[in-house]
Ligand binder design. Structure first.
Ligand code: COA
Length: 263
């Protein structure tokens, strides 16, 4: 039913694979629409506990499809805005997906491709992957990806790499926080993604969704009385929840909680 992506659900893991290798997985309106729908479906699917974003071919994602961007320049302002909003919304859905997300980065990521990596909760790449925020070279700006990129690498490095459009290595991406892990090759990449999936499968699905909401709610906010109260409210709600009670009881009874598959 999709023509630009592949989707699969296997043992609790939803996988969305960008599949436009002849265009280095650059995204146009069709790919953005499909990604948006697939993220919604994975977010709502009861069998999915973790979402992996991966790609086929040489590149992870060459960012926005420049033919599409060029076409958009001839649109009316309203049409142009609608297109840009669709991209912003797709990235928001990924960033705020209630299930944990992992970027499996097997090849270069440019422009919006860096944005996709930044939107995921965990990002793992092979050593040879290069990154670049190329937009200014093209006379445009990394606008809709910026909240995610700045959250991932911080304002200081965002300034440098957004302004210079330099290519940077996986080692640099790791150093500045865009990547969590670097591995030797595709086999090691699957192993590393598998290890993170295994860790996530042990955790309360509701608790992980609440954790994501917690991080967005408290990140970059001062330690104000409102924030203290908000955190107190959240833990109060969670420890009284069915999942919280089950998790704590299971620990004290030295058994596995009921959300672990195969209990
Ligand atoms: N949009 C549209 N087409 C793209 C694309 C993009 N973002 N990135 C690559 N392509 C196309 C190329 O135009 C080329 O098409 P052709 O076969 O019809 O000539 C094809 O993909 C292969 O690209 P090519 O440059 O020949 O391959 P490469 O292996 O030498 O380099 C990249 C691959 C991704 C490094 C290079 O294409 C590139 O730098 N792309 C632009 C990435 C970018 O700046 N993205 C940010 C956009 S905001």
């Amino acid at each position: 039913m999709y023509s630009n992506i592949l989707t699969e659900i296997d043992a609790g893991v939803g996988i969305i694979t960008l599949n436009r290798p002849e265009r280095h997985n650059a995204f146009d309106d069709a790919l953005i629409g499909e990604l948006s729908t697939a993220i919604d479906q994975m977010a709502a699917h009861p069998a999915v506990r973790v979402l992996v974003i991966s790609s086929t071919g040489k590149s992870f994602c060459a960012g926005a499809d420049l033919n599409w961007m060029k076409r958009a320049a001839a649109y009316t302002t309203e049409e142009n805005l609608r297109d840009s909003r669709a991209l912003a919304e797709m990235l928001r859905k990924l960033a705020q997906c209630p299930k944990p997300t992992i970027a499996r980065v097997q090849g270069p990521a440019y422009g919006g491709g860096v944005g996709l990596v930044a939107c995921c909760d965990v990002a793992i790449a092979t050593f040879d992957v290069q990154f670049s925020l190329t937009e200014v070279k093209l006379g445009i700006i990394p606008a809709v990806i910026s909240p995610h990129v700045i959250a991932a690498m911080g304002e200081r490095y965002a300034r440098r790499y957004m302004l210079t459009a330099e290519r940077f290595s996986a080692a640099e991406a790791y150093r500045i926080g865009l990547l969590h892990e670097m591995v030797a090759d595709d086999v090691a990449l699957d192993d590393a993604v598998g290890e993170v999936v295994d860790a996530l499968m042990n955790n309360g699905p509701g608790a992980m969704a609440e954790c994501k909401a917690l991080v967005s709610a408290v990140a970059s906010r001062p330690l104000s009385p409102e924030v203290l109260e908000d955190t107190a409210q959240r833990i109060t709600r969670l420890r009284a929840s069915e999942e919280g009670r089950e998790g704590m009881t299971a620990f004290l009874e030295k058994r596995r909680p009921n959300w672990i598959v195969g209990v």
